[in-house]
Design a protein around this ligand. Structure first.
Ligand code: FES
Length: 148
């Protein structure tokens, strides 16, 4: 069986329905901006948008995105313009090692969709991706800047 969906507005077809979407993105599509961290849906490094909702792609089988629109970090910038969250990340110099940052940006987009002006408590409660080098203070600044 074949599964059809879009990735960054491009129509794609996948054959292996039980393959994690993260594998499909990285190994089949060469979209390596989405990262592997824990592989069990815990850390958030693999977060992408599925129909606009942040989703941990390591635990999402390809068959579950049949007909959906997947957006990865590579698809955020449009017409040469960075997404506002990407721009805020640069302005606040958020990343340190950078490994978790694509997932953090995708999770922030999801956060701001429903909570456009979050309090620090709301950011702490809702933005639960891990950052091993601990840039949480700069992440907070980046979210606040993106919300402006
Ligand atoms: Fe998917 Fe950690 S790699 S949540």
């Amino acid at each position: 069986m074949a599964y059809s969906f879009t990735i960054n507005d491009r129509q794609v077809t996948a054959e292996e329905g039980d393959m994690p979407l993260l594998w499909f993105l990285r190994e089949e599509m060469d979209l390596v901006g989405t990262k592997f961290g824990c592989g069990i849906g815990s850390c958030g490094a693999c977060t992408v948008l599925i129909d606009g909702e942040p989703t941990r792609s390591c635990v999402m089988p390809v068959e579950a995105v049949d007909g959906a629109a997947v957006t990865t970090i590579e698809g955020l910038a449009k017409n040469g313009e960075l997404h506002p969250v990407q721009q805020a990340w640069i302005e606040e110099d958020v990343p340190q090692c950078g490994y978790c940052q694509t997932g953090q940006i995708m999770a922030t987009i999801g956060l701001l969709k429903y909570t456009p002006d979050p309090s620090e408590t709301e950011v702490r409660e809702q933005l639960n991706n891990f950052c091993r080098c601990g840039t949480y203070a700069r992440l907070m600044k980046g979210v606040k800047r993106a919300a402006e």
